[in-house]
Each structure stands twice: as C-alpha cells, then as structure tokens.
Design a protein around this ligand. Structure first.
Ligand code: 2P0
Length: 367
C-alpha cells in the first residue's frame, strides 16, 4: 500500500481540468550525509542539511486533458513534454516520465492529462552542483499544487509539505530536504526530535546564527561526475565500513542537531568536516573505489583550516558528492572572509568561479 494513494482522484471528478502551477526550490547542502539507501529510496541513516537560496530550480507545470492536447501521446502511460532551459530535453524527459509513471497509484489522474514541464536552474548545469534535489523538490511541489487545482485543498499546509517531501524523496533522496527552509532532518534519529525516513522535517529549534549562515561554493571543477550518486549509494551495500558508518552517522546527527540548537560552532565545525571527510573516504574504500575530489579540493581545504587556525574565525568546509568546496561561516564574518576567499581560494577554482549562497526560507510558490 503506497502512502497517499487515492483511487478516487480521477479527472472526471475534478473541479477544473486544466491549469498551470510553478515553484522555486533551492538546493541544500548536507551537514550529516545521506550515503547508502534501501527499499524505495529510504536512507540507511539520518541526514541533516541547510537549505540554500541562490542555487535553485524553477519549474512550471501546465496541464490539460490528454484528449485536448495537440501534442498528446496516447501510446504512453504518461503524456509529457519536458523543456530544460527552454529546450526539449529528451534524457531528462525519459527520467521524469518514469518517475511520474511510478506515481500513478498516488495520482491516478496523471493517466488522463497531458503535461508540459518547463524547468531551469539558477546555476549552470555543468557547474557540478547537484540539481536533483532542487529539481525534484520543485516538481513534487508542482504535482501537489496541481492536485489542489484539480480537486481543491484537502490538506493542511504541514501535510501538503509533508506529501511534497515524500514525493520528492521518491524522485531523489536529498530532494526530500529541499522542500523546507533553514535546517532539515531526514531519517530516524535516536533522540527526541520527531523525524521520518519517508520525508524531511524542518528543525524548529535552530539557533539564530544559522538562519542566514553563509555557504560560498567554490567551483573547483565543472563537468559531469565520473560516478553518479545513485551508483555511489549502491556501492555502500558492499562497503566493508558501512555498518560502522551508519552507527557514526546516527551519533553525528544527534550531535549536529545539538550544535544547531545551541549555536555551538566548535561542535558544528567538528562534525561538519568529519562528515565531509568520511563521505569521500567511503568512496575511496568502495569496491570499486573512486575519488571525486581534485587536487585543488584538498588545497582549498588546507587553506580554510589554516585560515581558521590563524584568525580564530569559525569558518569550515563541507563537500557534496563532487570536488566543489562549500565554505560555511556566520554572516557576521562575511567582511573578513570574502577577501580571503577572493585572494586565496578563488584562484583554486575553475575560471576563479564561486557562488555566494546562504541559508534560506525554502521552496516558494511562483505566480
Ligand atoms: C546528501 N548526497 O546527503 C548526500 C551527500 C551526496 C553527498 O544525497 O539516488 O542525488 O537520487 O537518492 O540524493 C546525493 O544523492 O541520490 C546525496 P538519489 P541523491 O546530500
């Protein structure tokens, strides 16, 4: 039984049968990493993230009865046109089509519609910034809004976001966390916080220092990764260190939430950097092993740690599944940190490029 399935959601029962909805969803950066999954995109350990703002996907979903669409496909379960950056994108379209097909038990009305999806990112596709989180979150929110347009509002706001996070997770695990703003937990934690493996929940007790925390993303290397996240997750099943890792991640999640609540930056930095290192260490001991860091990733890490030691400024780094370096620091230190980034870190980046990002409110509906 799939959660949220409702066979009565047929187009013949809809209040109106066409419309257009749009959402902007930001990317997120994990502090405690999701790496290893089971079943239907369920995480092997809890993860904790900060939601960003400058790096986002905007998605518009237009829908009308399949019978009325000139470009409708009647040979497929889902009739879809997908445009990325205003161009037809067959590879993405195939992925989205498969995803939407898997959602037919939840949204039976998809079978009777023709969908046009337009999506674009605020960051270049080749920048090496994960777009699956922001794009799947925006799509999931569009689907939930479409359901409201068709059948009226039946969910509370909290339940609406929970459902969107659940759907986003089915598309891409980390997308479950991009629905909400600020700090988000996904996966069961051992402490008092109410969390779920099926959707992300906002961390309500966040210390104000993190509400506008800075994340400057140093674009060390642009281009496709040699190993996809999907393949990386799968390799955790045979990784000899996986059991120890999952136990550690549970402990780190609790410690991280404590730091996020108390504003203890020493603890925050300690766990954040350990998590970045362990993620890449797990890749290096996978069978087969792989390395996603580049020489300049390590140079940047060394420079950040040296700068922290010299200045006592609470700056630290984290890494996603790729070579780019996320530089994290409180906004109040921006004036002292930016000259350091410009002079010492930017030269390590591809074409000296970096993105100034910060923690945000989360996804927003667009007109
Ligand atoms: C994370 N990453 O917690 C971890 C840390 C990358 C490094 O989640 O297969 O794109 O779509 O569920 O979410 C990247 O993996 O993987 C990821 P799928 P996803 O952010």
């Amino acid at each position: 039984m799939i959660r949220y399935s409702n066979p009565s959601l047929k187009l013949e029962n809809a209040r109106q049968n066409s419309g257009k909805v749009a959402w902007r969803s930001p990317s997120n950066i994990a502090l405690v990493k999701y790496w290893g999954k089971y079943g239907l995109q369920l995480p092997r350990n809890p993860s904790v993230s900060l939601t960003l703002s400058a790096s986002y996907t905007e998605t518009t979903l237009a829908f009308l009865p399949r019978q009325q669409a000139s470009k409708a496909r009647f040979d497929k379960k889902i009739s879809l046109e997908f445009y990325f950056e205003d161009q037809p994108a067959p590879a993405f379209e195939a992925k989205i089509e498969k995803f939407l097909e898997s959602l037919l038990p939840i949204f039976p009305f998809l079978a009777d519609l023709h969908l046009e999806i337009f999506s674009h990112n605020s960051f270049p596709h080749s920048a090496g910034i994960a777009s699956s989180a922001s794009s799947m979150a925006a799509l999931a929110l569009c689907l939930c809004s479409m359901e409201e347009v068709l059948f009226g509002t039946t969910l509370t706001q909290d339940d609406f976001y929970q459902k969107a996070s659940f759907l986003a997770r089915l598309g891409s695990g980390s997308a479950a966390r991009s629905i909400h703003g600020r700090a988000v937990i996904w996966g069961k934690t051992s402490k008092q916080w109410e969390t779920s493996e099926e959707w992300g929940v906002p961390f309500e007790a966040l210390h104000p220092i993190f509400e506008d925390y800075q994340d400057t993303i140093l674009l060390i290397h642009e281009g496709e990764k040699s190993v996809s996240s999907r393949a990386g997750h799968a390799l955790m099943n045979q990784n000899p260190f996986s059991a120890i890792r999952y136990e550690q991640a549970h402990k780190h999640a609790v410690l991280m939430l404590e730091a996020l609540q108390s504003g203890d930056l020493e603890k925050f930095i300690d766990i954040t950097e350990k998590e970045a290192f362990v993620l890449h260490a797990l890749m290096m001991v996978s069978e087969p092993s792989f390395v996603l860091m580049k020489p300049n990733t390590l140079r940047a890490i060394e420079a950040i740690q040296f700068f922290r030691q010299q200045t006592q400024i609470p700056i630290c780094f984290t890494l996603d599944a790729g070579p780019n370096v996320h530089i994290l620091y409180p906004k109040s230190y921006q004036e002292r940190v930016l000259p350091f980034i410009k002079s010492e870190l930017a030269p390590l980046a591809h074409h000296s490029k970096y993105i100034l990002d910060q923690v945000s409110e989360g996804s927003i509906a667009l007109d």
